[in-house]
Design a protein around this ligand. Sequence first.
Ligand code: 2AM
Ligand code: CA
Length: 266
Amino acid sequence: MNYQKITQEVRIIAKEVALFIKSQQQLIKSNDIESKGNHDFVTYVDKTAEQKIIEGLEKIIPNSGFIAEEGTSTKVGTTYNWIIDPLDGTTNFIHGISPFAISIALQENDKTVLGVIHEISLDECFYAWEDGKAYLNDKEIAVSKQNNLSKSLIATGFPYYDYSKTNDFLTTLEYFMRETSGVRRLGSAATDLAYVAAGRFESFFEYSLRPWDVAAGAFIVEKAGGIVCDFSGGNNYIFGKEIIASCKPLSNQIFNVVNKNLANKN
Ligand code: 2AM
Ligand code: CA
C-alpha cells in the first residue's frame, strides 16, 4: 500500500466534507440537535458528514471496514479498518465556536498507518503516514522542545458523563494550574492532539474518550516525535479510554502526575 498517496486522497475527502460542515453551521436549528446520551449531542450534519466520508473511503480501499462514531457502517475489514469521527467537537459546532474537526485514521491489522485531522474553522489539515513525517497544510511539524514545565501549555477535557473520578481529575488539574503556564479545554480531543503534534501544546490528557476521538491524533503526535501512552504507561490508548500525549522532554514529568492521580489502582 502507498500510504502517502492514500493520505493525500483522504485529505481531499476531508476538505470536501469540511466545506459541507462549515456551510451548515449557520443553518443548524435547535430542532436539528438530538441527544445521544447525557450531554452528548448529534445533528444531521454529523451523520451526513460520516456518510460522505465513508462513501469516499470505500472507493480508496474496497473491502475495508469502519469504526465510525455515528455507526453509518459497521463493516469489519479483515486487514484494513478506518476509525472515523466525522465531527469532533459537536458541542462547539452547535454553539458556533471553534474548534471542530474531522478525524480519520487507517489501521492495518490493528496498527495505525495513517492519520488525518482537518480542523474546520481555521482550515488546518494535520496528517501523517507510516514511514513519513507529520505535516500541517504541507509544512512539516514537530512537537515542542520545551523542557520546563512552568513554561508549558497543557490541554485536557473535562468529564462530561463519567463523574466517578472527578475529584482525582480536579487534583490533577490544580497541580497543572499551579505548575504550568496554563491549562486549556478546547472541546475537541482530535484538535488537542493535532496541536500537541504541531508544538502548540506541550501535552494533552483526557479519559473517557472513544477510539474515533484519538486514533488519528495519537498517530500524528508520534510521527511528530511525541510520546503517547495510557494512564499506566501502556499502549492501550485507542480503545482503553485514557490518553496522555506529550512532547518528549516533559513526557515523564507529566505522566507521573497523571499516573499518580488517575491511573486505575486495582
Ligand atoms: P465529539 O464532539 O465527537 O462527541 C472532549 O474533549 C471530547 O469528548 C471531544 O472530542 C468530543 O467529541 C467528546 N464529547 C462528547 N460530548 C461532549 C460534551 N458535552 N462536552 C465535551 N466533549 C464532548
Ligand atoms: Ca463526533
